[in-house]
Write a protein that binds this ligand. Structure first.
Ligand SMILES: NC(=O)c1ccc[n+]([C@@H]2O[C@H](COP(=O)([O-])OP(=O)(O)OC[C@H]3O[C@@H](n4cnc5c(N)ncnc54)[C@H](OP(=O)(O)O)[C@@H]3O)[C@@H](O)[C@H]2O)c1
Length: 246
């Protein structure tokens, strides 16, 4: 596909692009929690290149990734991604703090809330390099393995009960729950029918079946999604969907 293909609008890329993107990706005005995922896939459903997702992206994707973070109340992520991508806390410069304020969010960074069944090492960058305290979501069985630097959120007994975790995040004031994967966590959210929105970037690559799959889960029946838009940025497609019936 050519970047100037008629009929496919470009993602905003001029001087006011941040505010245009914020309007394009506005959160629904719902009283309860909304769970949105932002993921990138190859054309054949691959989710990582050499163990990381970064190799799939481009400049437009990195830019949108940061804008979507700045529109969120909290960033939800699985422990596999925190380890693979060496997540640290969200770091904001002056421009990003200003735009968060403009978009009705606190100027401070949103916390990262990581889901783990086994607990996490306290020396990961997420627990040593942050401004806003990270949240660790565990089942009761792993309550003792939450690093002291983190805020614990206990949901479930042996496994994390994701529905309970989402409710508790909303009770703590985090209604716009922005999930950055990885595939295992995304699969569980879809299986539990907790995912309301999906922003899916499609990279113009084929990775083959050895690559990490975008959705490594078995669904009892196909789940329907409604397209909310498609744009092109560089050679990548930026799609947005919401769950059918919501
Ligand atoms: N393409 C993309 O958009 C994208 C996005 C993010 C990541 N990635 C890539 O995907 C890979 C990592 O993804 P992943 O699927 O292996 O890991 P993941 O989804 O980030 O994390 C999986 C882990 O989350 C915890 N978890 C999830 N649901 C749980 C539940 N209900 N109860 C308890 N714990 C639960 C478990 O942690 P414990 O093992 O700690 O118990 C599980 O091992 C990396 O290569 C990364 O680069 C791609």
């Amino acid at each position: 596909m050519r970047a100037d293909t008629p009929g496919v609008e470009r993602l905003p890329d001029g001087p006011g692009r941040d505010d245009e993107l914020a309007a394009l990706y506005a959160w629904p005005d719902a009283p309860g929690p909304t769970v949105r995922a932002n993921m990138i896939t190859s054309l054949d459903g691959g989710a990582a290149l050499d163990g990381r997702s970064g190799g799939l992206g481009n400049e437009a994707d990195q830019h949108l990734f940061a804008v979507l973070r700045d529109l969120a109340d909290v960033i939800l992520v699985g422990s596999g991604t925190v380890r693979a991508e060496q997540y640290a806390g969200v770091e904001l410069d002056g421009d990003r703090r200003a735009r968060r304020r403009r978009w009705g969010r606190p100027a401070s960074p949103p916390p990262i809330a990581v889901v783990t069944g086994r607990g996490l090492d306290a020396d990961l960058p997420l627990f040593t390099d942050f401004e806003t305290k990270p949240i660790v979501i565990t089942p009761r069985a792993a309550a003792g393995r939450v690093p002291p630097a983190a805020e614990p959120l206990i949901a479930g007994e042996e496994r994390v009960d994701l529905a309970a975790a989402v409710r508790t995040l909303a009770d703590r004031g985090f209604r716009r729950i922005h999930c950055e994967g990885g595939p295992a966590l995304l699969g569980q959210l879809v299986t539990d029918d907790l995912l309301d929105e999906c922003c899916l970037t499609i990279a113009p690559l084929l990775l083959g079946s050895d690559s990490t799959r975008l959705l490594p889960t078995v669904l009892a029946e196909p789940a329907g999604w409604v397209p909310d838009g498609v744009r092109i940025g560089g050679a990548h497609l930026f799609t947005r969907y919401h769950r059918s019936g919501r």
